[in-house]
Design a protein around this ligand. Structure first.
Ligand code: ADP
Ligand code: 5GP
Length: 214
């Protein structure tokens, strides 16, 4: 039996850096109620457009290490030279209120979630091509040339992990990808609700036809 956090569903989204996962995750939560972005902890410095407590919780290496030692992370990993982790208490706080979470995490993190037998829906996004990914990284305007080369050099190896995920989606046209992601969230919610909805309809049925079927 897999470990479940509250009544919320964990949607893990991974992709090579620059594919579009953060943009898509942010747009998705605007369109679907009861869906939240999981705010990770990181030792990376904030980018110009980022705010502490909204994009990440930005912490020192020392604080991060303390959190690791206290087993406060559901998963954590070193990604592109910095540490990133998903806080167990953050996840619990939201999922216990029946809020679903999007975890924008790398493939090592996704693997750890899977290995820990935590119930989660694993989604991998693919960039359409090498050139397209390069263009997106350049266009985003947040990384130096050196960082862009580093990200591109890691993309291929990362994509080899995609087959282990439940869903693999090509992120070509943004609106189409959003439609697909929305469909996955709604379908997974139907799966979660199946027992409850069935029970509710059957109980109501009994009241209406006046017979006890049990
Ligand atoms: P990631 O979180 O995967 O590193 P981002 O969300 O920062 O990637 O997206 C990288 C860039 O690609 C952003 O400028 C974003 O607007 C753009 N982008 C995302 N999806 C698409 C798409 N389907 N078509 C074109 N550009 C996209
Ligand atoms: P960025 O620095 O571009 O925001 O993120 C770099 C990478 O770290 C991305 O692949 C992102 O998904 C990943 N990442 C962000 N938060 C976490 C986390 O909590 N855990 C793990 N394992 N990866 C994360």
């Amino acid at each position: 039996m897999k470990k479940r956090y509250g009544k919320g569903i964990l949607f893990v989204i991974s992709a090579p850096s620059g594919t579009g996962k953060t943009t898509l995750a942010r747009k998705l939560i605007e369109r679907i109620p009861d869906l939240q972005f999981s705010i990770s902890y990181t030792t990376r410095s904030p980018r110009a457009n980022e705010r502490d407590g909204e994009d990440y919780y930005f912490v020192s290496q020392e604080r991060f290490r303390e959190m690791v030692e206290r087993n406060e992370f559901l998963e954590w990993a070193e990604v592109l030279g910095n540490y990133y982790g998903t806080s167990r208490s953050f996840v619990e706080r939201w999922t216990h209120q029946r809020i679903d979470l999007i975890l924008d995490i790398d493939t090592q993190g996704a693997k750890k979630v899977k290995e820990k037998e935590v119930e989660a829906v694993l989604i991998y996004l693919l960039p359409p091509s090498f050139h397209c990914l390069q263009e997106r990284l350049v266009h985003r305007g947040l990384d130096s040339d050196e960082q862009i080369q580093y990200r591109l050099a890691h993309a291929r190896k990362d994509m080899e992990e995609a087959i282990e995920f439940h869903y693999v989606i090509l992120n070509d046209q943004m609106e189409e990808t959003l439609d697909t992601l929305r469909a996955i969230v709604l379908a997974e919610r139907c799966r979660r609700e199946k027992e409850g909805i069935l029970r509710q309809i059957l109980d109501q049925w009994e009241v209406e036809d006046g017979k006890n079927h049990r």
